[in-house]
Ligand binder design. Structure first.
Ligand SMILES: *Cc1c(COP(=O)(O)O)cnc(C)c1O
Length: 528
């Protein structure tokens, strides 16, 4: 078999480091090399061409040919180029890159859970349904809401689902309404969600503390306002202290309050959105509840809502037979028509089962029931911590962010002086005066062994440095980070070019970001 014998064998990226001296897998290929050995054929050979007809390909695919150790080394070397939470601090603001406890992984790999087939009849899936039910009840308790769906696969997907509920409810009242209000301190996914759900986005200006201007809100809410989408704590890490009043202003005009709860890491165990007037919200299990993200795993963005929105939740919903009051957190809507492949009868008392007959539902938003593996991890995290542990987690996350704030605010400009929650946002104002931008400082941080913070976001802070340490970090690690940030501030004064040309310790230095965005080269092609 001939394949890419013409592939270049040049190793054009040689650097004096063994794991950085790595070619593409295609460049390493040699015709005929194999990583496996098959036993001799002991059945009659089949003529593939005769069997497949036109579907039989004439030229083999250009696949790399390598030995087993070459493959192992190749991927192991590549893996050492990645930065990961298991390697060091990941202070990426607005992302809550916390440690993913190993116990989560152990539980998620239990065979009966990991291999539960989604078409298994409910009667034979009571274990995994119990996990889903318990997680739902925990999240309802944590948020103070009445009902929940675990289907959405990410935060933005949760927003989409939540706003579909808002739209369906308004429609049931006779008018879907036209616009959604979004503060300028919102996460970028909020306006995108409103637009994709068919709403006009109206911008709401923040006041000097970074909160909602109540007078502006009162002026802007009208009978065409479907909802306000509020990120709380906001993207500048500030808790919206007037949230009760905001809810009242909206409700007086028949509008709803949507809370982007991706930042619940600052609230869990301390305050419940359901208690301060929120009608519907999403959570990010892959942030607050420690399931891996950022390339480490799929997300999960459950949507919790008040009882009046419950009939609109995506199908199916989980219910407990013969327990109409307190089924699974979600109110039981009766058994109705089930579409599962189950063969059991109407249900044994106390058994969990999915309900599909929900005439007002917005429909499915995800295949099956959501990213179940994430449910198991999130539940493991919640149960391992317990109520007191979760509260401690929140307090530590807020303490860590404020420790960094206190140790850096003499060197980096703090645009909003309001108390920080789980993250702190500086600006590069002082460094920019020397020609060094937030992006340069972030790249220099890589040389000190840290993942960059979030750069140039939120947009209301010019040249933002958004830092979220999470509760995972020890005092020692925080001090190392602070030392690095202080050292960089000194370099900006003394050797600004060193910062402007960073990073200096990585395999590739600065990329041409414009080229990378406009002309990405995403696949290898053989050169003739
Ligand atoms: C991360 C985040 C989102 C989006 O979540 P994804 O899971 O990335 O879709 C939305 N809002 C806020 C405030 C966030 O921090």
């Amino acid at each position: 078999m001939t394949t890419n014998a013409t592939a270049p064998k040049t190793l054009g990226k040689v650097r004096p480091h063994q794991t950085q001296n790595e070619a593409l897998v295609f460049e390493k290929s040699s015709p005929g090399k194999r990583a496996y050995k098959m036993p001799p054929l002991d059945v009659p050979a089949v003529d593939a061409a005769a069997l497949l007809g036109d579907a039989h390909r004439k030229t083999p695919g250009l696949l790399p040919e390598l030995s087993e150790i070459e493959i192992i080394r190749h991927f192991t070397r590549l893996s050492t180029w990645n930065y990961a939470i298991d390697l060091g601090m990941y202070p990426l603001g607005s992302c809550t890159m916390k440690y993913n406890p190993r116990v989560n992984e152990a539980v998620a790999r239990i065979e009966g859970l990991a291999e539960a087939h989604p078409y298994r009849p409910d009667s034979l899936a009571q274990g995994i349904l119990d996990v889903i039910d318990l997680l739902q009840r925990c999240l309802i308790e944590i948020t103070g809401m009445d009902a929940i769906t675990l289907q959405p696969a990410a935060g933005a997907h949760g927003e989409f689902t939540g706003i579909l509920l808002v739209r369906a409810w308004h429609e049931s009242q006779g008018n879907a309404r036209r616009k959604i209000l979004i503060p300028d301190s919102a996460h970028g996914t909020n306006p995108a969600t409103a637009a994709i759900c068919g709403y006009t986005v109206e911008n709401l200006k923040s006041n000097s503390e970074g909160g909602i201007d109540l007078e502006a809100l009162t002026r802007q809410v009208d009978e065409e306002t479907a909802a306000l989408m509020l990120t709380n704590p906001s993207t500048i890490g500030v808790f919206e202290s007037q949230i009760h009043k905001i809810a009242d202003i909206l409700h007086a005009k028949g509008a709803l309050l949507y809370m982007d709860g991706a930042n619940m890491n600052a609230l869990v165990g301390k305050a419940r959105p359901g208690d301060f007037g929120v009608d519907v919200m999403h959570l990010n299990l892959h942030k607050t509840f420690s399931t891996p993200h950022g390339g480490g795993g799929p997300g999960s963005g459950p949507v919790a809502c008040k009882a009046f929105l419950e009939p609109f939740l995506p199908t199916p919903v989980l219910c407990k037979t013969g327990n109409r009051e307190q089924g699974t957190g979600n109110r039981d809507q009766g058994t109705g028509n089930r579409q599962g492949l189950g063969t059991e009868g109407p249900g044994t008392a106390g058994q969990l089962h999915w309900i599909y007959d929900r005439p007002q539902s917005v429909g499915r938003v995800r295949a099956f029931y959501g990213n179940t593996g994430m449910f198991i991890r999130a539940l493991a995290y919640i149960l391992a911590n317990g109520p007191d542990g979760l509260r401690q987690t929140t307090e530590d996350a807020v303490l860590n962010a404020n420790y960094i704030r206190a140790k850096l605010e003499d060197l980096y400009e703090l645009p909003y002086k309001t108390a920080s929650m789980h993250e702190v946002v500086f600006s590069d104002k002082r460094q920019a005066a020397k020609g060094v931008k937030t992006g340069d400082i972030a790249k220099r941080l890589i040389d000190y062994g840290f993942h960059p913070y979030t750069v140039s976001f939120p947009m209301i802070v010019h040249g933002a440095l958004m830092i979220e340490p999470t509760e995972s970090e020890s005092l020692e690690e925080l001090d190392l980070f602070i030392e690095a940030m202080r050292a960089i501030a000194r370099e900006v004064d003394e050797t600004p070019d060193l910062v402007k040309t960073a990073p200096h310790s990585t395999r590739v230095s600065r990329l041409d970001e414009v080229q990378a965005a406009r002309k990405p080269i995403l696949r290898w092609r053989p050169t003739e």
